[in-house]
Write a protein that binds this ligand. Structure first.
Ligand code: NAD
Ligand code: MLT
Length: 311
């Protein structure tokens, strides 16, 4: 019987599917060394974002046929190394789209109404009504960077809330944007004019530190920025400085250049205008079930000798 290692927590629905065709070992929290020492026993590997599948892991994976990433980003897998060894890498491109989009919208609303800060005040007996006067999203301009699956859903909901939506995405056709009632712009115009900017792009060499001190200085002092995409796309020290210095009004961040976020990160010291969450974009029960089923089915099919789509 085939063997599958599940090295991050995944929804039981995925484990049930894998169990139809394989012995499933759930071992979240393995150290990199432990992973290298056990991976040789397995035909399949199922992960979320916690496991780093390095070239060293792949070199030790003598029986491995498939790596399934229960989520979108395969940036924690050395895909070229896997491909070279003939190991398929599959993901779930759509299973957590709605969850991530709704998290970005939650960030925009919490930021605008200071929900986390007001709640923290209530917990210690305060009743700060004046301190937390907020802003409405209605009639404000939202700039979406990356009008793909998640960016498009955010754009649709924002339109329904009465926002004007502009977007920067060099790979999207103008008529597709037009259908969504979104106007495509250049990046500099988007940052200069938007009241809210939300990022929905992958981390690539072109997007690394895309949002830096220079770009932040072009934003309105009332503007807020949300990153529920990938860490490293924004310069975290520059964001902290921009909020502390009044260059922008605030930011909502879910993802970080290095995760977990360092305890001494300058972001943790910002007192007002910042909402931080620990990479929760895909963390809904619905999304976790979707991605687990999607990826487990692909692993099952490959172990049965059927074709699968690759990431
Ligand atoms: P997608 O591929 O559907 O969309 C990405 C869009 O970015 C595409 O339309 C592409 O044309 C565009 N793009 C690429 N390079 C660009 C650039 N330099 N400038 C502007 N646009 C550019 O992907 P998606 O499913 O919408 O996911 C978006 C991001 O969100 C990914 O990085 C994904 O890993 C991340 N994500 C995070 C969470 C989370 O938990 N926070 C959950 C799901 C997805
Ligand atoms: C993804 O790429 O799917 C998200 O970052 C969510 C996750 O890591 O589970």
């Amino acid at each position: 019987m085939s063997k599958v290692l599940v090295s991050d927590p995944i929804d039981q629905a995925g484990v049930d599917i894998l169990s139809q065709v394989a012995q499933v070992d759930q071992r979240p929290g393995l150290s990199p060394e432990e992973l290298v020492s056990v991976i040789g026993d397995y035909d399949g590997l199922m992960i979320r974002s916690g496991t780093q599948v390095t070239a060293e892991v792949i070199a030790a994976a003598s029986k491995l046929k498939i790596i399934g990433r229960a989520g979108v980003g395969v940036d924690n897998v050395d895909v070229p190394a896997a491909t070279q060894r003939g190991v398929l890498v599959v993901n779930s491109p759509e299973g957590n789209t709605i969850a991530a989009a709704e998290h970005a919208l939650a960030m925009m609303l919490s930021l605008s109404r200071h929900v986390p800060q007001a709640h923290a005040g209530m917990r210690v007996g305060k009743w700060d009504r004046k301190k937390y006067v907020g802003n409405e999203l209605y009639k404000k301009t939202l700039g979406v960077v990356g009008l793909g699956k998640i960016g498009s859903h955010v754009a649709r909901v924002a339109r329904a809330m009465g926002m004007e939506v502009i977007a920067y995405d060099p790979f999207i056709a103008a008529d597709r944007a037009q259908q969504m009632q979104v106007r495509l712009t250049e990046l500099d115009e988007l940052f200069r004019t938007a009241d809210y900017v939300t990022l929905h792009i992958p981390r690539t060499k072109d997007t690394e530190n895309l949002v830096n001190a220079e770009l932040l200085r072009t934003m309105k002092p009332t503007a807020r920025i949300v990153n529920c995409a990938r860490g490293g796309v924004v310069d975290e020290a520059a964001i902290a400085e921009a909020i502390n210095g009044g260059v922008i009004a605030g930011a909502g961040l879910d993802v970080y250049a290095s995760e977990p976020l360092a305890e001494d990160s300058p972001l943790r010291a910002v007192e007002r205008g910042l909402v931080l969450t620990p990479h929760l974009g895909a963390s809904t029960e619905e999304a976790q079930e979707n991605v687990a089923i999607d990826v487990a089915e692909q692993i099952r099919d490959v172990l049965l000798g059927l074709p699968a789509r690759s990431a």
